[in-house]
Structures are given as structure tokens and as C-alpha cells.
Write a protein that binds this ligand. Sequence first.
Ligand code: SF4
Length: 349
Amino acid sequence: MQNEQLNRLVPPLLSWFAENARDLPWRKDREPYHVWLSEIMLQQTRVEAVKPYYTRFLAALPDIRALADCPHDRLMKLWEGLGYYSRARNLQKAAQQITELHGGVFPRTYDEIRALAGIGDYTAGAVCSICFDLPEPAVDGNVLRVYTRLLCDDRCTDEPAVRKDIRAVLRKIYADTKKGQRGQLTQALMELGATVCVPNGAPHCDCCPLAESCQAHLTDTVGKYPVRKQKKARRTEDYTVYILQCGDRIAVRKRPKTGLLAGLWELPHLNGKRDAQAALDGAAEWHTGMAELLSVRSCVHIFTHIEWHMTAVHLLVTKMPDCFTWVTPGQLASETALPTAFRICLPEE
Ligand code: SF4
């Protein structure tokens, strides 16, 4: 399909979007801080899960300067449960760059935006087109899926060169799109990929505004696209995780500054899955004293590349040694950023 044919798909796509756009909190304005924050939160995370986080985050940190100055633990607490915590760290780093290099005003060119921490081609394209109406596409999995289906493009979309090429083609389409409509085009493509040309299961071609021109639909080959590399199997790691409880306090400690869940709080744990006796023997080295074994149960948490298979051991102990920080339920709820992987090990209330 030539550029001209792709250009012809823009008006029906925009009309469809005007009628079908979901009412999302980050679509209420084009403020770059809002759009940027939502795009970062939406990476690897479902829209419904992001909504409450987005609202809470903006209520706590209403502007870029507040984000730049936010204490680390508070920032992590606001992000707790969203996962991929480096996104939050990079957000803050970028807010500090904006404060230092741009006087606190969000930059307006692709190159300046792309140079900020944690902002790749996709996010830069989204902010440029949605906030500043620049002819920069935002090419993510949704857009690649729609594009490759429209054109029966069987190149592997995991190849950087292929993504670059698709971006270049779309950039021409954006340049030919009327000023004032480029942000709508970005959002329409995202919306079509998220709600009609869906990633899991059959796409809803019967209500797609592009169905009459879609090569995959017309040739009944939708399932072939997009072509992806085979994913590597996740590796499994086993842990025994301890809920050491003394009175109403629970032991936590900080994780190392680098690696998975860097700098967040964690529950004490040891490598390997242990039965009750082995778990008690293992915990003896912390000198917490043992009063009672309350429960042992299994929990699983899945990261992108790793699965943690955990035995969660709830122990009543008699001492609170300094090797841990002992927090109350109130602190755990409002201050201590405990990642979901550990939070699921806590006893149910
Ligand atoms: S017609 Fe079907 S496969 Fe083609 S873009 Fe629309 S939803 Fe996707």
C-alpha cells in the first residue's frame, strides 16, 4: 500500500476516534506533564490499573517541580504496585533535567524531549504529536499490530530496523495530516489497537473503520500478523520469604541499590523453598527469637523474565534486631513501598 493509500485511511480513522474515544483521565487536556506521565504509566500496564495511580500521583505531585523535589521513598510509595520501578526513577530524573536545563518548562522539540531520562522514540512521539501537534508518530505494539495487518507486512516487528522503517513511513503520513489533527491521529491509532485490533484474541474487524482497506482482513490472514520473535521462557527462582512479626510490627529491609526492585523495601528472605523446620532453622541466624509459627503458604509472582516461587512463612518473634526496620501496619499502608512480589506474601487480613 502506497503512502497515498495510507493517507486515505486517516479521515475515517479520525472520524471513528471522534465517536469512540474512551473517556480517560489523561485525555482531559494536552498538558505535557499529564500526557508524559500517563504514557510512562501505561507502558506494560493496563489502562484500568493505571487510572487510580494516575489520579493519585497528580494529586500528590501536581507539577514537574513537585516531581523533581519528591523524596525517593514517597515517590516509590506512589508507584507501589505498578511495577517496573525504574520508570518512576526516570520520571523524576527527567523532571530534574527539565527543571535544570529548561527552567521547569517542558521542552517542545523532538530531540530535546527524546534526550530526557526514560523517554524513548515512542514516548517522545506521543508527547510531540499529542501536546505540540508535531508530525512525530508514536509507534508501540498497538500501532505495529495495526500497521502490519493493514499492509500484510511480514517483517519481524522485534527488529529495530523494521520499527525504524515503519516509523519513517508513518512520519510521512503525519506530515501530510492536517495541522491540529496529529495528536488525534496518534490517539486514534493507539485506541484502534487497544480496543478493536486487539492483541489477544481475534480483532473486531466487523467494527473497524479500516476494514475495507485492510489487507490482512481481506485475505483472511489476520492471525499471521504481527510477526514476532519467539519469546524466551521465563526462569524460575525459589525463595523462602519471612513475615517476622513482633507485636504489631513487621520486619522489612531495603533492597540493594541496583538490580531488580532496586532500592525498594522487601521482606527478609532466603534462597530456595524450605519446609517449616528448614525455614525455622534458616531464620535462626537473624536472632529474632521464635515464639510461634503462624502459617506457611505458597505465593507466585511473575516478572517479565523471571517467576518467583515463594514459600511465605509467618512467624511471631520475640526480639526486634537492628538488622531490620520494624514497621507498623499503618506505616506499611502509607509510607513503606513494598513491591507486590512481597506484599502478596503478607497474611490476609
Ligand atoms: S480490519 Fe481487523 S485486522 Fe484490519 S486493522 Fe481493522 S481490526 Fe485490525
